[in-house]
Design a protein around this ligand. Structure first.
Ligand SMILES: [Zn+2]
Ligand SMILES: [Zn+2]
Length: 314
């Protein structure tokens, strides 16, 4: 869940091994001694539960993420899926030019719902000490003033969707406000992207940012067929990206990369020694479940901790 989740990782040990994957996997998720998920569990909640058993040090981060995901799902269930139609020639040019597809007006925002979830997300983050008391006071004052409003949502959306990104002396919104807005807007963006995922051929898209909303990649997934896909932290959209390139600076030199992996080799982190940024990857090859952005973001917090210790940044 963006940087929000990394704020609860201060007590998480950087448990991992260095080097390249050895080519075998420890099927920790498939351990038969684990409790079976209850019937009401979604596959995602079941995966969260297993994660907590496997890595008890992540319990607080998992609990917080589950609360956020439940809020998001509740809103997303109430938002209707828009039917978006595109002129084929317009769309093809857009993709070749590296311009994200979705326009702000096409995201099915309900601003009453947005303000409600914004208020709830603020409370959850405060309860887990992810929001500083002073930021919390500022957020409360904004909430009392009827924010976030249409202009806030538009400014937040366009801060990533406009390409090239407009040069700015300062970001348009305070960091805490923008982070809470990102979590709160996800159900609306998610709905819009849902209606596009299977209808649009993204073959011409080779950029490192999201073809739907312009967001930055949050995680990568290595598909069972061995392709690397990136997943957007804002809308959950997924797209292909060259496995050998750094998404941030396009460095392709293998000797300028540092690789770390969790002990079960399910998660990899590739850090770029040119720009000092990194990408975390869920390796779905031979895995017992598919990639789940919200679960895998939390499962990889120990990798974040290890990378930060070594001077890399997200
Ligand atoms: Zn996106
Ligand atoms: Zn780089």
């Amino acid at each position: 869940m963006l940087k929000v989740a990394t704020a609860v990782q201060s007590n998480i040990p950087a448990a991992l091994t260095d080097g390249q994957a050895a080519g075998h996997h420890t099927a920790r998720m498939a351990d038969v001694s684990r409790p079976r998920p209850e019937r009401a569990d979604t596959p995602q909640l079941a995966a969260f539960r297993l994660l907590k058993i496997d890595q008890p040090e992540l319990a607080a981060a998992v609990d917080m993420q589950v609360e956020l995901v439940v809020l998001q799902h509740r809103v997303q269930a109430r938002v209707s899926t828009p039917w978006l139609d595109f002129d084929a020639a317009w769309l093809a040019k857009r993709l070749v030019d590296g311009m994200p597809i979705l326009k702000f007006e096409e995201v099915p925002f309900d601003f009453g719902e947005l303000r409600t979830i914004f208020r709830q997300v603020t409370e959850v983050l405060r309860r887990y000490d992810v929001v500083e008391p002073s930021d919390y006071e500022d957020l409360q004052a904004l909430i009392r003033g009827g924010r976030p409003d249409t202009a806030d949502a538009a400014a937040w959306f366009k801060s990533a969707a406009l390409r090239p990104r407009p040069a700015q002396a300062a970001p348009p919104q305070a960091e805490a406000f923008s982070q809470v807005l990102s979590v709160s807007a996800r159900p609306f963006l998610g709905r819009a992207v849902e209606s596009l995922q299977n209808r649009i051929d993204l073959t011409p898209w080779s950029r490192a940012y999201c073809p739907y909303c312009g967001g930055d990649p949050e995680l990568a997934v290595m598909t069972p067929s061995g392709d690397r896909r990136l997943a957007c932290g804002r809308c959950g959209g997924i797209w292909s990206f060259d496995e050998h390139a750094c998404p941030y600076c396009d460095n392709r030199h293998p000797s300028y990369r540092t690789t770390m992996a969790t002990s079960d080799r399910r998660y990899l982190l590739v850090a770029c020694d040119v720009c000092k940024r990194y990408v975390k990857t869920y390796d779905a090859r031979g895995a017992t479940r598919p990639f789940m952005l919200d679960v895998d973001t939390i499962a990889t917090l120990p990798l974040d901790a290890a990378a930060l210790q070594r001077g890399y940044q997200t």
